[in-house]
Design a protein around this ligand. Structure first.
Ligand SMILES: NC(=O)c1ccc[n+]([C@@H]2O[C@H](COP(=O)([O-])OP(=O)(O)OC[C@H]3O[C@@H](n4cnc5c(N)ncnc54)[C@H](O)[C@@H]3O)[C@@H](O)[C@H]2O)c1
Length: 417
């Protein structure tokens, strides 16, 4: 079971580091992305995302001739699919990118190939990939078509969800344990052999459906726990109790560990993946649905408090510190911070200074929105009447507290307590 060539489909936050790490272990890696500017950048040894240490890894792999990129797949021993799996406006899984990526492999697939779906998917999606490819490649035998000792499938397909923490992706890609769900046991073993090249953590073998649900459960678990902290913070406000102090004291109980409240839940994973469970089991997921509702209501709740304060001032300038969905990253997807700024703008606040050191232009949701400009931290602190801390970026933690004197402060992350 040797893997001399690997193709990684989708060169984003997950795919590019994965491609670079395998290339660093001596595998010939082709990264495939349908965004030509991503491909051109990677071929120049450049990265288009903020992730510590990724730039050097990519530069070294490209200059060693082990990593290159293209817009179309080529034949390889193994394929890792790491394309987006968002949800639709109706909170349903949107598998268009996954299926397009799978279909793009049809022309290059051959007997003995391995396909691993790393994208987070609803239960059954890995099997659906196998079914789609079987319809495109009638001369190859696929794992969902049945396999026994005498009739192994020609193509092996497994799901191995990615669990990396943005900002720590390089270390976590190699050190984290991997859940690997084969459509058949043979598929799982093949995928484990691939990850053995790069992963120091354990490879835990199971079925594809279990692996799919494990990943969704991990993120739904986080979402439910964050929703508890957020709901508690609103209860604390109503009862005149400091939520941060209450959580801190409750956590002195040896069996209690309440998470920190915040302005909501964002990102491509925790705010999205619970809906995949809800879609599969709508009548059995009341708690998971309630958690989504609580977390999604937080930006409007915070904006309401800020607007109440703004109402007491004449033409207040509001500085919103942070737009990313979490600390020290540039990822703005589903960010509750962006949502808060949108609420303030919708209430016709005249001057909203959005400070986000990790980006150079406003995201599409805020581009051209009346009143909103991207501002430097110093200038924003200088002129703001109201300062709203939305993201606990390190640069904001380092702000001299004296600079907040005389301003109305909303600290949604509890860093200035
Ligand atoms: N970002 C994370 O921290 C993280 C963590 C765990 C799991 N995941 C999951 O991993 C998957 C990928 O997420 P991401 O954050 O890397 O996404 P991303 O948006 O950063 O990158 C995806 C890339 O895929 C490309 N793409 C889309 N369709 C394509 C196609 N048909 N062929 C080739 N390229 C295509 C896009 O151009 C983009 O560059 C998602 O399912 C996500 O839920 C992400």
């Amino acid at each position: 079971m040797t893997f001399n060539t690997l193709s990684v489909i989708g060169l984003g936050y997950v795919g590019l580091p994965t491609a670079a790490i395998f290339a660093g272990r001596g595998v010939d890696v082709l990264g495939v992305d349908n965004n030509a500017s991503v491909v051109e950048g990677v071929n120049r040894g450049e990265v288009h995302i903020v992730e510590p240490d990724l730039d050097k890894l990519v530069r070294d792999a490209v200059s060693a001739g082990k990593l290159r990129a293209a817009t179309e797949p080529e034949p390889a021993d193994a394929f890792i699919i790491a394309v987006p799996t968002p949800f639709t406006d109706g909170n349903k899984p949107d598998l268009r990118y996954l299926m397009a990526a799978a279909e793009s492999l049809g022309p290059v697939l051959k007997k003995g190939d391995l396909i691993v779906v790393e994208s987070t998917v609803p239960v059954g999606a890995t099997r659906a990939v196998s079914e789609r490819l079987a319809s495109l490649c009638p001369n190859l035998r696929f794992p969902h078509q049945g396999e026994d000792a005498s009739a192994e499938s020609d193509v092996h397909i497994a799901h191995s969800p990615e669990r990396v923490l943005p900002g720590h992706v390089i270390a976590e890609l190699t050190r984290n344990d991997r859940v690997i769900g084969g459509l058949t046991p043979n598929c799982g073993k093949r995928a484990a052999a691939l990850y053995d090249i790069a992963v120091e953590g354990q490879c835990l073998l199971t079925t594809a459906a279990t692996a799919e649900l494990v990943k969704l459960s991990e993120n739904a678990y986080r979402d439910v726990n964050i929703a508890f902290a957020n709901e508690l913070s609103i209860i604390c406000e109503r009862l005149g109790v400091d939520p941060w102090e209450a959580v801190e004291l409750a956590n002195h109980h040896p069996r209690v560990n309440i998470l920190q409240p915040g302005p909501g839940v964002g990102g491509h994973c925790i705010a999205v993946d619970p809906w995949f469970i809800v879609d599969s089991a709508p009548n059995d997921s009341a708690l998971i649905q309630a958690a989504r509702t609580v977390n999604d209501s937080m930006p409007a709740h915070l904006a309401g408090k800020i607007l109440d304060a703004a109402d007491t001032m004449s033409a207040p300038v509001i500085a919103c510190l942070g737009l990313a969905y979490k600390a020290d990253i540039d990822d703005l997807r589903q960010s509750p911070a962006v949502d808060v700024v949108q609420h303030l703008a919708a209430a016709e606040i005249e001057i909203i200074l959005a400070v986000e050191p990790h980006i150079e232009t406003l995201p599409p949701e805020l581009e051209g929105v009346r009143g909103v400009t991207l501002a430097e931290l110093d200038a924003a602190l200088e002129s703001a009447d109201i300062v709203v801390l939305l993201v606990d970026h390190s640069v904001f933690k380092a702000i001299d507290r004296k600079r907040l004197d005389g301003k109305q402060v909303f600290d949604a992350r509890g860093i200035w307590r």
